[in-house]
Design a binder for this molecule. Structure first.
Ligand code: AMP
Length: 586
């Protein structure tokens, strides 16, 4: 079997470090197949789609083979569109982070020539461009190809469809014959095969074989959603379908951590499972999940391999899996033992091609679903509240509260007033838990953007979704805290009594904001360090800082909202245990 660990692919320590930093847990099938062959110097034809990890499959060898001591262009990557050229360039930048002296430069139509001349003059070992603009630079003499040792054609079939054949051939004829030629293409029609045979030497075709798959009978849908709105959509779907037990799959460890933190911060009962956790930690999380002590498990494919829980209601593909097999494995976690199950997949941008691929190979239909509006989420929540109330009324096993009701009736409120106010509270409106007003259900500008996905990588702050759940609270009674296991104490501060701020005694009095800070247990940080740093730097009173929730590599701290900005500004300028801090609102 082809190795799937990056450490088995013969990469340099710098690349391994970058891959780890990106949170890639294992090589995708196309990477595992192509990287060793490319590193060995052979020509490759890779047949794979967007979403398969193909960019890193050719970018990693391109970086490894670049000589940082020579500024000349050594690898030329041809892409059909500017978007793809920029995307590839960004991926190379992230992967080459720890390789000193390696530079990449995207060159595409629409960008000013001056900028590109300047970039080329500075020297970039890896140049990524659209054929037309590359030709322009070749003609002007601003791009020299004499040192090129590797040419990569990304999405070669698309480039031919777009009419770039002549340009491509001219470029291929202008680079030295002593080179590696790499074709990546989703399909291999005759025109591509002809190009391959004319311009490459004995290439190895790397194709990920699709096995015959047995797909469980699970209701499968996908949502087309811009990356920045995925969390919002996820929480809406959880609320609207009242989901209680599910697995959320992400492709990277980093995404797993981020998402689990977000969900927890928003009051969902969620935890994580990925390859960076010790076996003991994983066992603990799994046990909790099995015993329904957790509603959502955010996991990578590798970590989720052994999960054998029967009544999982839903599997979310928060990130689209790389291959059909992973998709089928993931969704096989739900709908077990004759139960009904749901598989919900998020698709961003060009990944829609991968959905078609999955449908084709697994011989299934995945239906496109419409993103629910805030109004619909509200309505679903109302139904839920009424249903729950009806069932309590039907059973009749609740203690009577006549004396309380009489007190309110005496104060002049009608029974309808009282019932309406209670219902309003049950729906989360002006809830003392969140202190947040109920969300207006008329669509905001962001809401409209959400329904018409745009391509901007910067996540905006969307208003939080209406929530049927109470946010996670810190343990209230200090006596209980003393009995709590170590991890609870660590989450709530080194000395529970001394760090408990006034609002733990009365939640509604002080409005608090949760901050995220990039320092955690791994750096030896303790709650006292954080509280001390904040109070010492700002001179604010002790009650300003609340719960400190310390994780491995970051922490959350609750602070009084009115001082949040001041605290953030200070935190961003100090060092804690020699570590430069980054902080933001969680
Ligand atoms: P691509 O198919 O190159 O468009 O890659 C799709 C996405 O997967 C990109 O966001 C990559 O950063 C990411 N990616 C690539 N390789 C891996 C990997 N081995 N593990 C996790 N994510 C990856």
């Amino acid at each position: 079997m082809t190795p799937r660990l990056f450490s088995e692919l013969g990469l340099s320590p710098e690349l391994l470090k970058a891959v780890d930093k990106l949170g890639f847990e294992q090589a995708s099938p196309i990477q595992a197949e192509a990287i060793p062959v490319l590193l060995a110097g052979r020509d490759v034809v890779g047949q794979s789609q967007t979403g398969s990890g193909k960019t890193a499959a050719f970018a990693i060898p391109a970086i490894e083979k670049s000589d940082p001591h020579r500024k000349s262009t050594q690898t030329l990557i041809l892409c059909p569109t500017r978007e793809l050229a920029v995307q590839v360039s960004e991926e190379i930048h992230r992967l080459a982070l720890f390789k000193r002296g390696i530079h990449s430069l995207p060159i595409y139509g629409g960008q000013s020539y001056e900028r590109q001349f300047w970039g080329l003059q500075q020297g970039a070992q890896i140049v990524i461009g659209t054929p037309g603009r590359l030709m322009d630079h070749m003609r002007r003499g601003t791009l020299s190809l004499e040192s090129v040792r590797m040419v990569i054609l990304d999405e070669a079939d698309v480039m031919l469809d777009m009419g770039f054949r002549e340009d491509i051939e001219l470029i291929l004829r202008s680079v030295p014959a002593e080179r590696q030629t790499v074709f990546f293409s989703a399909t291999l029609p005759a025109a591509i095969r002809e190009l391959i045979s004319r311009y490459s030497r004995d290439p190895l075709t790397v194709q990920i074989q699709q096995k015959t798959l047995t797909v469980p009978t699970v209701d499968q849908v996908y949502y087309e959603v811009d990356r920045r709105f995925k969390i919002e959509l996820l929480t809406r779907l959880i609320d609207i379908h009242d989901l209680k037990l599910g697995i959320i799959f992400c492709n990277t460890k980093r995404m797993v951590d981020d998402l689990a933190d977000h969900l927890e911060a928003q009051g969902y009962s969620a935890d994580r499972l990925h390859g960076d956790m010790s076996q003991a930690m994983r066992d603990r999380v799994m046990n909790k999940f099995r015993k329904s002590g957790l509603e959502f498990l955010v996991a990578t494919d590798v970590a989720a391999r052994g999960i054998d829980v029967d009544d999982i209601q839903v599997v979310f593909n928060y990130d689209l899996p790389y291959d059909v097999e992973d998709y089928v494995h993931r969704i096989g976690r739900t709908g077990r033992a004759g139960r009904s199950g749901r598989a919900i997949t998020f698709v961003a941008g060009r990944e829609i091609f991968q959905i078609r691929n999955i449908e084709r190979f697994a011989n299934i239909r995945i239906h496109r679903a419409r993103i629910p509006t805030t109004g619909e989420v509200e309505e679903a929540r109302t139904h839920l509240v009424i249903d729950r109330l009806r069932s309590v009324l039907k059973k009749g096993d609740y203690p009577r509260q006549d004396h309380l009701l009489e007190r309110l009736l005496e104060e002049g409120y009608s029974s309808t007033d009282i019932a309406s106010a209670l219902l309003h509270q049950l729906q989360g409106g002006d809830s003392p838990d969140t202190g947040r007003p109920k969300r207006d259900s008329s669509p905001t500008r962001q809401e409209r953007e959400f329904h018409q996905p745009v391509h901007n990588p910067e996540p905006p702050r969307l208003p939080p979704p209406p929530r049927a759940r109470a946010p996670k609270k810190a343990p209230e009674a200090p006596a209980e805290l003393d009995k709590a296991p170590e991890w609870v104490r660590r989450k709530t501060g080194a000395s529970p009594r001394s760090t408990l701020p006034p609002w733990h005694r009365d939640d509604s009095e002080i409005e608090q904001t949760r901050l995220w800070v990039n320092a955690g247990a791994e750096m030896g940080i303790q709650a006292g360090d954080v509280v001390g740093a904040i109070l010492g730097e700002t001179g604010l009173p002790a009650g300003t800082v609340g719960t400190v929730d310390i994780r491995e590599r970051h922490l959350f701290v609750d602070v009084a909202t009115e001082h949040a900005e001041t605290i953030l500004a200070k935190l961003r300028h100090i060092r804690l245990k020699g570590h430069r801090l980054k902080a933001k609102v969680a």
